[in-house]
Design a protein around this ligand. Structure first.
Ligand SMILES: *Cc1c(COP(=O)(O)O)cnc(C)c1O
Length: 414
């Protein structure tokens, strides 16, 4: 099978259960497993559908060096929305000229870092979404490649907290962009407009997405003289097993149609789409409590390992890797933390979990390990990369010593 013909979705049932069992035995749980072949497939399929566009990887979805490196080697440039992301992309071996930096309420240190990088690498493009950011860039001597982030005033996406287009935090107010663009040309090399209008866009939202992008495309026509129009990321993946994948061809046709009148290259920055279904989180059942209503299933992973269900009410599929063919029973799967938010699912039919079973949580390759924390003194989990028959630990499991490593020593304790 060629990479471009790869399936549009990879469900948990498509993973090799025996291999997952072996990985859990060998490296322990909780464990992130990241399939780099699948990341590559996703990129190649995306790029083939959007063959008219410049495709970058939005690194914040998964900023592990190994992940950045796989996408960079596959041909993706890298979009960074923080100086720390620039740092990690450089540490992954990405050349500075293949980076783009989007400044969102940038701390001084972030701007200093980006301007220093630009001083050595004038190809670096900086995107700004506030006039004050332009002033702060100019104060630092920056007069290089600039893109303006536009707030089209219409958001799309699967959850209000991530529908950024309607959130005034991001981008210049739509009606001010022409004025700001004209003034910016005096001080900078204005090369692009940028709009990232939502996250998790699927077929149902394509019409909203089209309206938002239409507004941005109209603006790009009016501003004129641009090298690129960057329409951001936000391409959704099906989290539920019965959800359809995004029709990439339809999305590509829509974007091509919307931008037909714009004399500039279209740029896109998918994050989630490229990495989400390449990740699974393995967790071991340690406690079973059958209640009249539900089977309470205690596991060793918690919201500190994967916070999306607690933070966004996100659905993530749970597979019983040990007993996938057992009779499903209503199950509530939760982790080891003393907070009621620490559940992956409630009253969901899962093939009857038993103590010792291995469960897998699906679609965790995006916004999974990057949102992991040490809350409740939980060491963060390990990550293993698989590629063909190869496997390697790309992130070691934290230890209890890692929990206190950055602290001052307690007085009187040797
Ligand atoms: C987060 C982000 C993206 C990627 O969003 P996805 O929903 O993961 O595709 C792209 N561009 C910018 C500027 C972002 O902040």
């Amino acid at each position: 099978m060629s990479l471009t013909a790869s399936p549009a979705v990879r469900r948990l049932a498509d993973w090799d259960d025996d291999r997952l069992q072996r990985l859990a035995d060998e490296y322990g749980t909780p464990l992130y497993v990241t399939d780099h072949d699948r990341i590559r497939e996703n990129f190649v399929r995306f790029e083939a559908a959007f063959d008219f566009a410049h495709v970058m990887y939005a690194a914040k979805a998964n900023t592990g060096r190994a992940v950045i490196r796989t996408l960079y080697d596959a041909g993706a440039d890298v979009e960074c929305a923080a100086a720390g992301e620039l740092h990690r992309a450089l540490a992954a071996g990405v050349a500075a000229e293949d980076l783009q930096y989007t400044a969102v309420n940038p701390p001084d240190g972030d701007l200093d870092y980006a301007v220093d990088l630009w001083a050595d690498t004038p190809e670096l493009t900086v995107t700004a979404g506030a006039e004050m950011t332009l002033d702060r860039l100019a104060e630092r001597g920056f007069d290089g490649r600039l893109a303006l982030r536009v707030n089209p005033g219409i958001g799309t996406g699967h959850h209000e907290k991530v529908a950024t287009g309607k959130d005034a935090k991001f981008g210049l107010p739509y009606d001010e962009v022409e004025r700001v663009a004209e003034a910016a040309r005096e001080r900078f090399d204005l090369v692009g407009l940028h709009a990232h209008v939502g996250s998790g866009v699927l077929a149902d939202d394509l019409e909203d997405h089209r309206r938002a992008l239409r507004k941005v495309a109209d603006l790009a026509e009016r501003v004129g003289g641009l090298e690129f129009l960057d329409l951001g990321g936000g391409f959704g993946v099906p989290y539920r097993p019965d959800a359809d994948p995004l029709d990439l061809e339809a999305a590509a046709a829509m974007i091509r149609e919307v931008t037909a009148g714009v004399d500039a290259t279209v740029a896109l920055e998918p994050g989630r789409y490229l990495v989400a279904d390449a990740g699974a989180l393995l967790t071991r059942v340690n406690t079973i409590k059958q209640t009249p209503g539900t089977r309470v299933v205690g596991v060793d992973a918690g919201l500190t390992d994967m916070i999306r269900p607690a933070m966004f009410d996100a659905y993530h599929h749970v597979r019983n890797v040990t007993g996938p063919d057992r009779e499903p029973v209503a199950s509530s799967v939760g982790g080891p933390l003393c907070t009621s938010a620490d559940v992956f699912c409630t009253d969901r039919p899962i093939p009857r979990p038993e103590a010792g079973d291995l469960l897998a949580v699906g679609n965790v390759g995006a916004y999974g390990i990057d949102l992991a924390s040490q809350f409740h003194s939980q060491p963060r989990p390990a990550e293993v990369a698989i590629e063909g028959d190869d496997e390697r630990v790309t992130r070691r499991r934290e230890t209890f010593d890692d929990l206190t490593r950055l602290e001052d020593e307690a007085p009187g304790v040797e």
